[in-house]
Design a protein around this ligand. Structure first.
Ligand code: PLP
Length: 398
């Protein structure tokens, strides 16, 4: 008897969807070493350049003197350290919520929250371009599961009008991870209020960049705990560390502590990671120049692309995807760029809808304008040798 695994791998390869890992021999940063080769990279989510920040690293080192390394147990057994607790209190203050709760990563936070809040009598409404962890969480919860058209408040409203579910949860990315556009959170919040629904925003890519002090979409649009009751953030992106948090009311957090299985049945993150994150939270809030510099990089890049006739997607965030369309062509472009010493990843289905493969270009506050010049020069050469489909022909996601 055979599982025929080779067949599935072959099919994936033939479709231009095969994925390979790159092995990194350096810290995350604008310049990385992969398999011994130096590259200028535009693909991490380290938006503020904190993943290799000396103060963050120093906090981590100091904390290992106090706490050692491993969390050693789940939070409810004996793995909840003072460092975890302090970080939770600081994240609650940062987000203007009553409380915050740490999870080991964003994937688990989303699975835990949606499953804890919803069951069979309930309904979950998700933007069709939501992150895979949210979609998986919706399925796992057993609630009636609906996907509405991307950022389409009318389409969502029509669906809300028809439901007779006990609890209704609207779920969206804050900043969409593969498109870089921002959800209409104010309108979603108003709609939730009209339909006695709750709004949950996963702002993995908004924290650190959006809002006057990096508080993400909630801060940028001034959404209170009442307007946006379930706010999720991840620590592996702009915070530059690892983990995730959920911020909300006291009763929400108590519910998660009692019922979120991905919180209860897993080891706490290393306490030193929590300590390091306390330092990155301070830097994230106080060092406005990182957000301002990112804005400059983004505008500079978009103007450069316009001059080259390259059509970007309508994004004003550090995620600047160049839509290519065809899966194989996106991979080819990524290869040609890497031959010129530039690392940009091709994003293909099932991460994005079929026919909307793209180069996901991301910027970090650690990039310089001269890095963007090098990227634009390389894109010009590569785009000339690999014709890019017009955005309007292939876009299915927006
Ligand atoms: C990255 C990401 C996650 C997962 O977070 P991890 O901490 O990496 O597991 C969840 N949601 C969104 C929108 C993300 O971009």
């Amino acid at each position: 008897m055979s599982f025929n695994l080779e067949q599935d791998l072959e099919a994936r390869y033939e479709a231009g969807l095969y994925r390979r890992r790159k092995t990194l021999d350096s810290p995350q940063g604008p310049e990385v070493i992969i398999n011994g080769q130096h590259y200028l990279a535009f693909c991490s989510n380290d938006y503020l350049g904190l993943a290799n920040h000396p103060e963050v690293i120093a906090s981590f080192r100091r904390a290992t003197d106090s706490y050692g390394l491993g969390g050693g147990a789940s939070h409810l057994v004996v793995g909840h350290s003072r460092a975890h607790h302090q970080l939770e209190e600081e994240l609650a203050a940062f987000t203007g919520r009553e409380r915050a709760l740490l999870f080991s990563n964003g994937y688990m936070a989303n699975l835990g929250v949606i499953s804890a809040l919803l069951g069979k009598q309930d309904a979950v409404f998700q933007d069709r371009l939501n992150h895979a962890s949210l979609l998986d969480a919706g399925q796992l919860s057993g609630a009636r599961f609906q996907r509405y058209l991307h950022n389409d408040v009318d389409n969502l409203e029509a669906r809300l009008q028809k439901t007779s579910a006990r609890r209704k949860l609207i779920v969206t990315d804050g900043v969409f991870s593969m498109d870089g556009d921002v959800a209409p959170v104010q309108a979603l919040s108003d709609l939730a209020a009209q339909h006695q629904a709750w709004l949950m925003v996963d702002d993995a890519h908004g924290f650190g960049f959006l809002g006057a002090t990096g508080g993400g979409v909630a801060e940028a649009y001034g959404l209170s705990q009442k307007q946006l009751p379930v706010l999720v953030g991840t620590l592996g992106k702009a915070f530059g560390t690892s983990g995730a948090f959920v911020a909300g009311s006291d009763v929400l957090i108590e519910t998660l502590i009692q019922f979120a299985r991905t919180y209860i049945y897993t080891t706490s993150m290393p306490p030193a990671v929590a300590s390091a994150t306390r330092t990155s939270l301070l830097l994230l809030q106080e060092q406005h120049w990182r957000r301002e510099h990112l804005q400059n990089l983004i505008q500079y890049f978009r103007q450069g692309c316009e001059q080259l006739g390259l059509q970007l997607m309508p994004s004003q965030t550090p995620i600047q995807p160049l839509l290519v369309g065809c899966e194989k062509r996106a991979v080819k472009m990524s290869q040609l760029l890497s031959e010129r010493g530039i690392m940009v990843t091709a994003i293909r289905p099932p991460t994005v809808p079929k026919g909307s493969s793209r180069l996901r270009i991301t910027f970090s506050a650690a990039h310089k304008l001269s890095h963007v010049d090098r990227l634009l020069d390389a894109l010009k050469v590569v785009a000339d040798s690999v014709e890019i489909e017009r955005v309007t022909d292939t876009a299915s996601g927006f």
